[in-house]
Write a protein that binds this ligand. Structure first.
Ligand SMILES: [Fe+2]
Ligand SMILES: [Fe+2]
Length: 165
């Protein structure tokens, strides 16, 4: 990455979160289809819809910069998805997997919150107030999604799963 200016730093962050959001849209679809609990399923499904909007908002920000919307590989989201695949390959009990999926969702929201939390002040510093407002809307939805998933995790009904192997 050539990073000589604040704008380069901003674009680098935008490209990585653009890639991340795209990966998460697919991942959320998988989490949604793997959920048995209706509330959990709808939490994943609602946030997948929001994630589509996050992608569109990022496209608006690229446009405001006069840049083509382009993703850049983000190793953090790749690692999270790989971790999820490794766990799934062990054929966990359905309930265990559903609880694992909630945690995976929470982790990804924390990551997005960190990314947007950094992009917003950068947009402000670049004098891009509209872009900052657009990103702020997304940040709020990530925070709401995190709260919802955290509550579902805290109140999770483990049913008959033994607490020890
Ligand atoms: Fe998002
Ligand atoms: Fe999210």
């Amino acid at each position: 990455m050539s990073a000589d200016s604040l704008e380069d730093l901003f674009v680098d962050g935008l490209q990585k979160i653009y890639y991340t959001e795209q990966q998460l849209e697919d991942a959320l679809e998988e989490l949604e289809s793997g959920a048995e609990d209706e509330e959990i399923q709808s939490a994943f499904s609602e946030h997948r819809e929001e994630t589509r909007t996050h992608i569109e908002r990022l496209e608006e920000v690229f446009e405001a910069l006069g840049q083509e919307a382009e993703g850049k590989q983000d190793r953090v989201v790749d690692a999270m998805i790989e971790e999820h695949e490794e766990f799934t390959e062990q054929n966990p009990d359905d309930k265990v997997l559903e609880r694992f999926n909630l945690a995976a969702g929470q982790k990804s929201e924390h990551y997005e919150i960190a990314a947007y939390g950094n992009l917003i002040p950068l947009a402000d510093q670049l004098g891009m107030e509209d872009a900052a407002d657009t990103l702020e809307e997304t940040l709020r939805e990530e925070q709401d999604a995190l709260e919802k998933l955290s509550k579902l995790g805290e109140g999770y009904d483990y049913g008959e799963i033994p607490s020890e192997a």
